[in-house]
Design a protein around this ligand. Structure first.
Ligand SMILES: Cc1cc2nc3c(=O)[nH]c(=O)nc-3n(C[C@H](O)[C@H](O)[C@H](O)COP(=O)(O)OP(=O)(O)OC[C@H]3O[C@@H](n4cnc5c(N)ncnc54)[C@H](O)[C@@H]3O)c2cc1C
Length: 476
């Protein structure tokens, strides 16, 4: 048994702590909000916390995350469903335009979870509160405690809170999110900081939550949860207990659509897209929040100093957003946190000492986690190519293949639809979408038909850019 100090008690801190506690370890979670033990879903949904704006945005909980819960934390999955979240079997929601429906045995693994982010977090918190190996300590970490000897690597022995308390453990796990101050803490100890790589995400994220009247049901799903219209991305997120949200990914450079931040303009725009409009048109649906906006989003990863270099460390690792975070449009953050949470105890088990533990953790992160950073940066760069007002991306680019091949083929072909859903839900490797020869052949055929004008897309299910600009102007 070892003793761990976890900085941050949100999704990654909670999942990692539960995972460690169930392997017989002792965990102390330190978070400024730890004294708030109230598990009331609605109170948590309406409360705000500085630096945690993402809590009030739509969250997709991907099939890979649901599968990790099902096999490693089945009680969390059950508790989520009991709390009003629900499973979304994507292969049962095929678009009507797919006439030849087929099923495959592993379709049972293509199931996501519909829930508000606050519900997801609250349920995990409730489970963590019951774990005998987990203690919650209310406090803000301002620094790390290092061993006094000056040997290389330096041993991190614990953390220091704002009150000056020291909390010591065998390993400190930084789960303090995307704004982690780890480098500042290291520099205060005169240690070398980690290398930070980052790239801007080309979008702004706008979300509004709504609630159905208690008598109403969600509309019949038809596979169209999101649409990429080139100039804008629009998604609908069914959630727990009659809540749902719509989210818009707006090109950062598109000044003409800034008016969407206005709640009235936002609602009118959402009514104009077929897949969101049918939700907003349900009788007596009420907006519950304002239009929440997040800007200046980044892909960011932090590479620790390697163990044979000056300034290298043992006794400290990063997990969740504090290690790496990527464009929220891809909906991967919580899934990637859960992957790390389930892997950490296994890595601890097979490491003979703290040096090997760091080596094994870094090797795992390099192999299984960081490729998602490369993928996000690549996808964002492709997205830039589509330009401000949509249009066709350059021939030969991945964007072109997606827009002219994958998307149209997924409207009519169950195999391509399945491959697309798998890729989005991280079932398989990060670059697997185009690896199945049959799927690839269908995509290539679709591109050829589109290029020879013998294959038209089904009717667009949303307004063109200029129509939307007019609609917004008329609402302001
Ligand atoms: C707009 C937006 C939309 C997103 N959509 C999705 C999605 O659809 N699907 C998905 O899976 N992911 C999504 N994400 C990503 C997801 O929200 C994150 O991956 C997830 O929140 C990471 O959790 P975390 O626990 O690592 O960090 P956080 O949730 O940021 O939590 C950090 C915790 O650390 C605590 N803390 C911070 N500093 C200190 C300190 N000094 N001392 C002690 N405690 C501290 C905070 O109080 C907090 O509890 C989205 C992100 C954004 C920004």
């Amino acid at each position: 048994m070892a003793k761990f100090v976890v900085i941050g008690g949100s999704i990654s801190g909670l999942l990692a702590s539960i995972s460690l506690s169930r392997q017989g370890h002792e965990v102390k979670i330190v978070d400024p909000t730890a004294s708030n033990t109230d598990l009331d879903l609605e109170k948590r949904f309406s409360s705000r916390q500085k630096g945690m704006a993402q809590r009030h945005h739509s969250h997709a909980f991907l099939a890979k995350l649901r599968n990790i819960l099902r096999s490693n934390f089945p009680d969390i999955l059950d508790a989520l469903l009991d709390a009003g979240a629900f499973e979304m079997p994507f292969m049962e929601f095929l678009p009507e335009t797919i006439l030849q429906k087929n099923s495959e045995p592993d379709d049972v693994d293509l199931v996501g979870i519909g829930a508000r982010r606050t519900t997801f977090e609250t349920v995990i918190l409730g489970i963590a509160q019951k774990e005998s190996g987990i203690d919650f300590i209310a406090g803000e970490i301002l620094g790390l405690v290092a061993s006094k000897n000056t040997c290389n690597p330096t041993k991190i022995r614990g953390v220091r809170t704002k009150n000056g308390d020291e909390i010591l453990g065998d390993l400190v796990i930084d789960c303090s999110g995307r704004n982690s101050e780890r480098n500042k803490w290291l520099e205060n100890l005169e240690l070398r900081g980690e290398t930070i790589e980052e790239s801007p995400c080309p979008i702004q994220y706008l979300t509004r939550f709504y609630k159905l009247p208690s008598s109403a049901l969600f509309p019949e799903p038809d596979g169209r949860f999101a649409g990429d219209f080139g100039y804008i991305k629009v998604g609908i997120f069914p959630a727990d207990n009659g809540f749902f949200s719509t989210t818009v990914g707006l090109n950062d450079r598109d000044k003409q659509l800034k008016g969407l931040k206005n709640p009235e303009a936002f609602d009118r725009a959402m009514l104009a897209f077929e897949h969101t409009g049918k939700w907003l048109r349900i009788k007596d649906v009420k907006p519950i929040t304002n239009v929440e906006v997040m800007t200046k989003l980044k892909n960011r990863r932090r590479r620790p100093v390697t163990l044979n270099q000056d300034g290298s460390l043992v006794g400290l690792i990063a997990l969740g957003d504090s290690l790496m975070h990527t464009n929220p449009l891809y909906g991967r953050g919580c899934t990637i946190s859960s992957m790390q949470a389930q892997e950490l105890p296994k890595i601890i088990d097979r490491s003979n000492d703290e040096t090997q533990l760091i080596e094994n953790w870094n090797a795992y992160v390099g192999k299984e986690i960081f490729p998602y950073y490369d993928m996000a940066v690549f996808q964002d760069a492709q997205d830039f190519m589509t330009g401000e007002n949509g249009g066709t991306p350059p021939k030969g680019s991945l964007s072109y293949v997606i827009k002219e091949g994958v998307v149209p083929a997924s409207y009519v072909d169950a195999g391509v639809y399945r491959a697309f859903i798998k890729a989005f839900n991280l079932i398989g490797g990060p670059f697997d979408l185009l690896s199945d020869p049959e799927v690839l052949a269908t995509i290539n055929k679709t591109i050829s038909k589109r290029e020879s004008n013998t294959w038209q897309l089904p009717d667009p299910f949303g307004p063109a850019h200029d129509e939307l600009v007019k609609l917004i102007e008329n609402s302001l």
